[in-house]
Write a protein that binds this ligand. Structure first.
Ligand SMILES: Cc1cc2nc3c(=O)[nH]c(=O)nc-3n(C[C@H](O)[C@H](O)[C@H](O)COP(=O)(O)O)c2cc1C
Length: 380
């Protein structure tokens, strides 16, 4: 198949990856209602077609946190992405750099902050969860600073991990350790390309950033156990104040879905927020991100940048989200599908798809600048 859109890359990823990895990327919480609504609610937003408006010079660029990017599009933090292609986070960061858009590295990435920094030249964004061990938390902030990170994403919608049935069934998190390991081994053997590229040549397979907190040669089960024990469910806005005090760079709070929480983030001194339900992976039944966005925009638009993620699958979705109050969007699964399907080239291709589609959608709705994308371009 010659892939044309994000769904095509999804199908290619499914073919290439062991089942437990594909299901981890593709799945969501509980009955996956929010996951589905993230995508469907965007598709029901009608865009106004306009004609004869000289669209020969379309500019998709935007400014975020003092830097100009080619697109209002950011690669979202995705855990263990480095297992989907050899040293996957480095490849994605390089693709993002080549396309002049930001890449965000997850706390639970396979590649460390330092490895990504060594293999790229532009600054990338780093995402952090609230970890109980504050010594570890402060050390990781220091490491991010020393590696040139200036934009810190602090994710707040995971004080407790949700139930993802697909991960239980696939053997990623369910069953006895022996059953899990056997299932993963068998699934890996069924995908020889992946087994050769990542299984054999992509070591180490650990979560690089948290490895210092674990014993040597810890396997994936030990890492999950450490995460389960170290995510801090007692975190409050007060706890975040200490992060704000310790971090001089931009602080972007990820996982806001309610306007009151957006107000609190602003009051805390956040430099930006990400309207997100974690891609439908946490509270199933929560509003889709695009449904939540307008009320949040009404409260804080123009004061601090609003980024939205969840279900963005085309360049058309980017203009819908910006029209409803976002300054930029993030994509999670789409770039990981690309990476899984075709390594770095797959991420480049996925970004190009978003870029080309956004250009077409802007032109056919009669717009040439991102700043023109407001509610008037929609038929609401
Ligand atoms: C496989 C997977 C792992 C993720 N890991 C993280 C993570 O480590 N940290 C984080 O803040 N968000 C994480 N997310 C959420 C994404 O950053 C983002 O919010 C979400 O994927 C956006 O939805 P989309 O996949 O529909 O684009 C993850 C998402 C997926 C699909």
């Amino acid at each position: 198949m010659i892939p044309a859109n994000i769904e095509d890359y999804r199908l290619m990823a499914k073919k290439r990856l062991p089942k437990f990895l594909f299901e981890y990327i593709d799945g969501g919480a509980f009955s996956e209602t929010t996951l589905r609504n993230n995508i469907l609610d965007l598709q029901t937003i009608n865009v106004r077609q306009r004609v004869l408006r000289d669209i020969s010079n379309i500019d998709t660029s935007c400014e975020l946190f003092g830097r100009r990017y080619n697109l209002p599009l950011i690669l979202a933090p995705v855990g263990i992405a480095g297992l989907n292609a050899r040293r996957g986070e480095v490849l994605a960061a390089q693709a993002a750099e080549q396309k002049n858009i930001p890449f965000s590295l997850s706390t639970v990435g396979v590649c460390t902050i330092e490895e990504v920094a060594r293999q790229t030249t532009s600054p990338f964004w780093f995402q952090l969860y609230m970890i109980k061990d504050r010594g570890f938390l402060n050390a990781i902030l220091e490491r991010a600073k020393n590696s040139g990170v200036t934009n810190l994403i602090f994710t707040v919608d995971m004080p407790i991990p949700s139930s993802r049935y697909r991960d239980i069934r696939s053997g990623l998190s369910g069953g006895s350790p022996l059953r899990r390991q056997t299932a993963r081994l068998l699934q890996s053997m069924l995908k020889p390309n992946w087994a050769w590229d990542v299984g054999l040549r992509g070591r180490p397979h650990n979560l690089g950033n948290v490895a210092p907190a674990l014993k040597k040669n810890a396997g994936i089960d030990e890492f999950w156990a450490w995460l389960g024990q170290n995510f801090d469910p007692s975190v409050t806005w007060q706890t975040l104040e200490s992060i704000r005090e310790n971090w001089q760079g931009n602080l972007i709070i990820k996982g806001i879905l309610d306007p009151r929480d957006a107000d609190q983030a602003k009051a805390l001194g956040a430099d930006g927020i990400i309207v997100s339900n974690h891609g439908g992976r946490q509270l199933d039944g929560a509003l889709s991100s695009i449904q939540a966005l307008p009320a949040i925009g009404e409260r804080i638009a123009g004061e601090i940048p609003i980024i939205v993620d969840g279900g963005i699958r085309s360049g058309l979705d980017i203009i819908r989200a910006i029209a409803l109050g976002a300054n930029a969007v993030m994509i999670g699964r789409p770039w990981v599908y690309g990476l899984s399907a075709r390594k770095k080239q797959g991420v480049l291709d996925v970004i190009s798809i978003f870029e080309n589609e956004m250009r077409v959608a802007m032109g056919l709705s009669g717009n040439t600048q991102v700043s023109q994308l407001n509610r008037d371009i929609l038929v609401l």
